[in-house]
Design a protein around this ligand. Structure first.
Ligand SMILES: Cc1cc2nc3c(=O)[nH]c(=O)nc-3n(C[C@H](O)[C@H](O)[C@H](O)COP(=O)(O)OP(=O)(O)OC[C@H]3O[C@@H](n4cnc5c(N)ncnc54)[C@H](O)[C@@H]3O)c2cc1C
Length: 244
């Protein structure tokens, strides 16, 4: 085990997400009862309807479609950031129940930041040696704590780095996803969570293109909201997300 790369998979999502949202909105604006909600929804121009809904800021119907992703090959550092999104639901690989002890099979999986790779092979080797050193420390603590499974794992893990790989399943409804994409697809977001957010957006666009047509950082929909902190690349960013 050693360096690993980002992997994201849209595992499940609300079937016909755009129609579910249209049905919820129809209930608000028409005299239809629940047996009639699906009528005409197939024929309706979902793109125009969803755009109108979002322009109005009427976002509660958008909460009825949910998307569940499997994510691996990301760091504990990313985990600390993504779990700040309180409307999302998470299930994370445990460092208590799953030991990182090497047992002669190399070292725990970890993420190497691109900036370190750009410094060259020598620096990557140095980083790898540091990870190997941490593995030795971890193994030492497992033994010192009596090698008692989760009881030893839960404290030996204190020496593991932010670079250690994690895996999780995350579910967000479409309203939370749109918010997440606004913050985390932005050039101001940290590279790892930005890469993840862009990949998640790419995958939801395939299954709900109208819903996520204008998704991405704030500058995709108008003026950059970052003020003085703007990256100054709104034109390029709009082009990138327009083609995604
Ligand atoms: C570029 C960048 C830099 C950052 N730097 C830091 C940092 O240095 N330190 C740090 O601690 N965090 C930092 N963060 C994290 C940031 O402060 C938020 O915690 C994170 O982005 C989650 O955003 P959120 O609260 O809007 O989202 P969510 O938790 O997903 O919530 C979505 C929305 O629901 C509403 N909401 C949710 N909970 C509440 C509540 N309790 N009360 C009222 N409204 C609520 C809000 O409208 C919120 O926008 C950074 C984020 C970014 C994108």
């Amino acid at each position: 085990m050693s360096e690993v790369a980002l992997k994201v998979k849209l595992l499940r999502y609300t079937p016909e997400p755009e129609k579910v949202i249209a049905m919820a909105a129809k209930l608000c604006y028409s005299s239809a009862d629940i047996d009639e909600l699906a009528e005409g929804v197939d024929q309706k121009d979902q793109a125009g309807f969803l755009e109108k809904l979002m322009d109005m800021g009427h976002l509660s119907p958008v909460e009825h479609a949910s998307f569940t992703f499997g994510v691996e090959g990301v760091s504990r550092s990313l985990l600390a950031q993504i779990t700040r999104h309180r409307i999302a639901s998470f299930s994370v690989k445990s460092q208590r129940y799953v030991s990182q002890q090497s047992l002669g099979q190399g070292i725990f999986d970890y993420i190497v930041p691109p900036s370190i790779k750009e410094l060259g092979d020598e620096h990557v080797e140095k980083f790898e040696k540091q990870m190997a050193q941490i593995q030795d420390w971890y193994d030492e603590w497992i033994e010192a704590l009596g090698n008692q499974g989760e009881k030893s794992n839960e404290d030996a893990r204190f020496v593991l780095p932010n670079a250690a790989e994690t895996k999780f399943v995350v579910t967000m409804n479409a309203r939370e996803l749109l918010h997440f994409f606004s913050l985390r697809c932005c050039n101001r977001a940290q590279w790892e969570i930005r890469n993840l957010a862009i990949e998640m957006l790419r995958q939801v666009k395939e299954v709900a293109p109208n819903l996520f047509r204008n998704a991405g950082p704030g500058c995709v929909r108008g003026k950059c909201p970052e003020g003085k902190m703007t990256c100054g690349k709104a034109k390029e960013v709009r082009e990138f997300f327009g083609k995604l």
